[in-house]
Each structure stands twice: as C-alpha cells, then as structure tokens.
Design a binder for this molecule. Sequence first.
Ligand SMILES: NC(=O)c1ccc[n+]([C@@H]2O[C@H](COP(=O)([O-])OP(=O)(O)OC[C@H]3O[C@@H](n4cnc5c(N)ncnc54)[C@H](O)[C@@H]3O)[C@@H](O)[C@H]2O)c1
Length: 404
Amino acid sequence: MRVFIAGVDGYLGWALAQRLAARGHRVGGADALLRRAWVAQMGSVSAVPIAPPAERLAAFTEHFGAAMPFYPLDLRDHDALGRALAAFAPDAVVHLAECPSAPYSMIDFWHAESVQSNNVTGTLSLLFAMRDHCPQAHLLKLGTMGEYGTPDVDIPEGFFEVEYRGRRDRLPFPRQAGSWYHWSKVFDSQNVAFACDLWGLRATDVMQGVVYGTWCPADPRLSSRLDYDEAFGTSVNRFCCQTVINRPITPYGNGTQRRGLLSLADSMQCLTLALENPPEPGEYRVFNQLRDVLSVRHLAELVHRAALECGLTARIEPVDNPRSEAEQHHYNPETARLRALGFTPSAPIGEELRQMIRDLLPHADRIASHADRLDPTVRWRPRRPGGQATDQHLTARPNGRNPE
Ligand SMILES: NC(=O)c1ccc[n+]([C@@H]2O[C@H](COP(=O)([O-])OP(=O)(O)OC[C@H]3O[C@@H](n4cnc5c(N)ncnc54)[C@H](O)[C@@H]3O)[C@@H](O)[C@H]2O)c1
C-alpha cells in the first residue's frame, strides 16, 4: 500500500513511517516542521535528541531500502499539497499534521487562533486536495478522545442510537471539548464526515487517548521526539521525565480525572490495523483508540513504582490544576472496533514505563537543563481579567505577529 503521512516529522508520524515501511508499505510524507518551532518557542527541547530532517531521511533509506518521498510543505498551502498528492498517488493518507496542544491553544487569542486556523484550515485543504487528486484513498484522521469531554453517560464509538417521539436514528455523539485545541478537532470531525457524505470520500476518524512512550531504535537518527514542556508534553511522558531528573511527579489537582491512554507501540499497532482494514467508499467511521482508562493519580503512582524499580528515588507532589475540568466524573468509552480488527495490547503499562525511564536516563542532563519548562503556567481561566501570560515564552505571538 502507498501511504502518505501528513505530519511525518512528529512524535507519532516518524514512528508510524518506520512501522509501515517495516511491513512492506511504501511511505511518503509531508511536514512543515512546525512542532520543532513550537517546542523551541516554549523554550524547550525534545528529551530524546532528534536528527535534522535530512539525516532522518538518509537513515530511513539505509534501514528500509527505499527513499521516502518527503514534501516540506504546510497543509494550508493547498496548491503545493495537491501537487504532492498527485505525484505520490497514495492509497491512504494519514493526517497527523495538526497542532496537538491544549495548553498552547489556551495561552491567549493569538495562540487559540493559530491552533484553530492551522488545524481546521489544514484539514479542509487536505479534504479538497484528496477529492481532486486521490478520491479513492482512505483518509485516516487523528482526532482525540478529548472531543467527547467527560459526559455522565457511556461514550459510544462516534454515534449513538436515539429514539424520539417514536422515531429512531443514528446520530453523532455530542462533543463537549475542553480547550480551543479540542474544539478544533471537533470541527475537523464534522468536516471530514461532511466530505464523506458529499464527495464519497472514505475516512476513519480516530478518537485517540493520550499516548505515552519512547521510540528509540538502535540508530538514534530513527528516534522519535519526546516532549516534556507544559504545552507539548503529555502527562505520562512528563511524569517520567520528572523522575529521571529527581523532580517530584506533579499530577494536577486531586488526580481523580480519568483518561483513556495507550502506548506509542499500541498506537502504531492500531493505526496500522485501521489502514490495513479500510472503510468502504463514502463511509465515515469512528474508532475510539485507547487501551486503559486510568486516573491521573493512578498514573502518577505507576510512574512512581516504575522509577523505584529502576533504582531512582521518586515522590509525588500534586500541584494546583491549571485547567478547567471535572475532577470527579463518570468515564466509560466503548472500544470494540479496534479489538474486533485484532488489536491486542502489547506490553503491560509497568513494563512500558520502565523501558521509557531507561530510554530517558541517558538524556537526564538535557531534561534538567530545561527543567523550568515542566511547571504549568498557562491557566484555563486567568487569575485576573486580562492577566494571562506573564511567562516570557508565552508573551510572544505565534507566527511572529508581535505588535510593533
Ligand atoms: N500524542 C498524543 O498523545 C495524541 C493524543 C490524541 C490525539 N493526537 C493527535 O495525533 C496527531 C499527531 O500527534 P503528535 O503527538 O504526533 O503531534 P506532533 O506535533 O508531534 O506531530 C504533528 C506533526 O505535524 C506537523 N504539522 C502541524 N501542522 C502542520 C501543517 N499545517 N502543515 C504541515 N505539517 C504540520 C508538525 O510539524 C508535526 O511534525 C495530532 O493530530 C494530535 O492531535 C495525539
């Protein structure tokens, strides 16, 4: 299969390119290298060093025996995207190319606008480009479990059966996102579903849980990034980075918030299953992609235990929750579809966490040198009106649009 990965330079994308190539698929990719710039803007670095794009591509060719056609473009450059899709002629397009950070989108108007315009316009550009250049290709689009919020009822896979005044229908399950970023993913979901209905495109919209884990093959040029700053580091990845530099593990609030999670290896397995079992033309399907549902406090305890097993000293110190979110809530998402396709979770979470800590330990100095980036400073609700950003890394506007 010919698979075009939009966002191939990112955390998931670089790992997925290798997993697919190892299974004999032909991989091409696009990326505007924005994630590298966003993390630098937050004053941070990837804990695992990542090679420049040219070195990554050279390593890919050496290890997988074929060069990866790479298109250094922004998805919103619609003409360039169209040319790339026409040249590569994909059977499937994986769309990862979005800004994935809720805290980044909550900094101020400029960041909210930049995340929503990047994500919503980029997806719209891709939908039109697929219509015009590869209408038969399967779109595998990454959404997030955060689109659903935390409703007080079970969460089905995208749709629910409703009966009202004697009539029945299958309707999209209501979305109750909790950040400007998560709302951008909701808008994407609506647009992708509409494009399938309107033009007969086929798509899988993946409501993915929080991903954790390192991707560190023997050749360091093949390593995937792993971030720990407050905006681009996800909870478990941040907790593990905290333990390797002997800083306390800091769950937000009372830690009873529950989330769906899965390891990077499991995410790769699920995305491969979705690609190798495509939907029918015109079909829009939704997969809830997660392995475990755990509370943030339980996660902190699991990381704490893994750290002790790796010979580290670790401690847990909760901090004020900077987000606006329910801490006590029901949470029961359905996850039948990927399991029906054969998803079998890989290593138990404790094993994954120990491996992650072992992969991070050689980079402890690198993490320690940016340790101040771990502390949350972005607040969902400002403490005083107009009093949002004070951290120097947050006051600069994205895309260089600073006032004169
Ligand atoms: N990592 C997680 O825990 C997680 C969980 C749920 C959903 N997701 C979703 O999965 C996808 C991938 O996540 P990730 O963690 O790999 O993020 P990432 O930031 O590491 O990767 C995204 C890549 O896309 C590129 N990109 C962004 N906007 C672009 C644009 N307009 N044009 C071209 N390239 C662009 C970035 O430079 C980056 O390399 C995202 O859509 C994210 O919302 C991630």
